[in-house]
Design a binder for this molecule. Structure first.
Ligand SMILES: Cc1cc2nc3c(=O)[nH]c(=O)nc-3n(C[C@H](O)[C@H](O)[C@H](O)COP(=O)(O)OP(=O)(O)OC[C@H]3O[C@@H](n4cnc5c(N)ncnc54)[C@H](O)[C@@H]3O)c2cc1C
Length: 363
């Protein structure tokens, strides 16, 4: 998505783009994610500003390319304990609560907003700015739109092996002239990327995910559980510290660093996750315990069993070591830029990251 969004802005500004992709079709983080355009959890400052701009751009892009499946449904973080409510109260009292579209909903209000939430809870934090797109189909839809300009060529099955000023060479031995090269290889940081940037301040994170059969009713918002407060920087503060001390997570979610996020796909299926694995070498298989926990927690919020899980997978994203940086953007050679490390917010922020690169380079 990062590469495609750079292409989007280059095309918008009248340039020609050749987009090289190693796989036959994208198989990285951008097709493995929730498709959440997640604004509410962003830290104040550059990260929130980027997410808000990206949210605007996603809406605009979604209007032009209906195939990305943009929908502005918002999210509900469902709160089940007083300690979680204190975290919600703290962020609701901050000056940027309005910018994030935060509002407290009682259980009855939350159910009016999202009738599928029939479980037991004491309220929910609504984030009106959150949205969703369809990760599994968004990229081909965007590419078709770009190709219609006659100035965009997507070349799959071509691995970039060498990059130099004004030149790119692929593993078929084909060279491409260019005025500007943007390298966006996601979490593939060895080989070409290591040669270009040997000491990249970026780490990798692995997540486990699943998708269920269709739920027989709409889930009108994305849904998170109170554990998500532990993972998004917007919620940092005294109340979160107290939550961590007073309400430790049970062993499975603690061990796999879990939260529940749940978003409905256009066909009714529910994408659920996630776990966070930080230490490499990463597992090459998926473990069942986290799925048991996700199923149980989701069923508690829905007040009914989750539909059968139809797919499980894992994904890896690259994340800047410095949490204050939205992305690692580095000019590695004359006319060659490396952009990676947007972390767990890369799907959200890609349109704005591409725009910033375009502005900085002066496309
Ligand atoms: C499970 C999971 C859930 C997530 N959920 C969300 C979410 O809901 N919202 C959100 O905002 N973010 C989310 N993220 C983060 C987000 O998905 C990523 O930050 C984002 O997709 C990164 O995009 P990318 O284009 O940099 O990387 P990728 O999507 O991994 O793309 C990199 C591409 O480069 C190609 N490539 C690599 N090397 C070469 C080469 N040498 N030559 C040619 N091609 C090459 C790869 O084949 C790949 O297609 C999630 C991530 C994961 C893993």
């Amino acid at each position: 998505m990062l590469g495609t969004m750079h292409a989007w802005h280059a095309i918008e500004r009248g340039h020609e783009v050749v987009h090289l992709e190693r796989e036959r079709e994208a198989r990285g983080a951008s097709v493995r994610n929730f498709g959440l355009v997640w604004v509410g959890g962003r830290s104040a400052g550059a990260e929130l500003d980027t997410a808000l701009r990206a949210r605007e751009l996603w809406e605009e892009i979604g209007g032009k390319v209906p195939g990305v499946g943009f929908r502005a449904g918002g999210s509900l973080t469902v709160v089940r304990t007083a300690a979680e409510q204190a975290v919600a109260d703290e962020v609701l009292a901050r000056p940027d609560a309005g910018q994030r579209g935060f509002r407290w909903l009682t259980p009855a209000e939350a159910r009016a907003h999202n009738p599928a939430l029939r479980g037991e809870f004491i309220g929910a934090l609504l984030c009106e700015r959150d949205a969703a797109v369809e990760s599994r189909v968004a990229l081909p839809a965007l590419r078709a739109h770009l190709a219609a300009t006659g100035r965009y060529r997507f070349l799959p099955g071509r691995e970039v092996r060498d990059v130099g000023p004004g030149l790119v060479r692929d593993d078929h031995g084909v060279s491409y002239d260019s005025d500007c090269v943007v390298v966006t290889t996601g979490a593939w940081l060895s080989g070409l990327v290591r040669e270009l940037a040997p000491r990249l301040p970026v780490r990798r994170v692995r997540l486990q995910m699943a998708e269920t059969d269709p739920l027989d009713e709409p889930l009108t918002t994305a849904v998170a559980d109170g554990d998500s407060f532990r993972y998004y920087p917007a919620y940092a503060g005294g109340a979160l510290d107290a939550l961590r001390d007073g309400q430790p997570q049970p062993p499975v979610p603690a061990g796999h660093r879990m939260q529940l996020l749940m978003v409905q796909r256009l066909d009714g299926g529910l994408t659920i996750g996630d776990t966070h694995e930080y230490d490499e070498a990463f597992a090459f298989d998926v473990t069942e315990d986290p799925y048991d926990h996700l199923r149980e927690r989701a069923a508690e919020l829905l007040g009914r069993p989750l539909p059968r899980i139809r797919r499980r997978w894992a994904g890896v994203y690259a994340q800047c070591a410095d949490p204050a940086l939205v992305v690692h953007r580095e000019q590695v050679l004359d006319g060659v830029w490396l952009v990676t490390g947007p972390g767990g917010r890369g799907m959200t922020c890609s349109p704005a990251i591409g725009e910033t690169t375009a502005n900085e380079i002066g496309w």
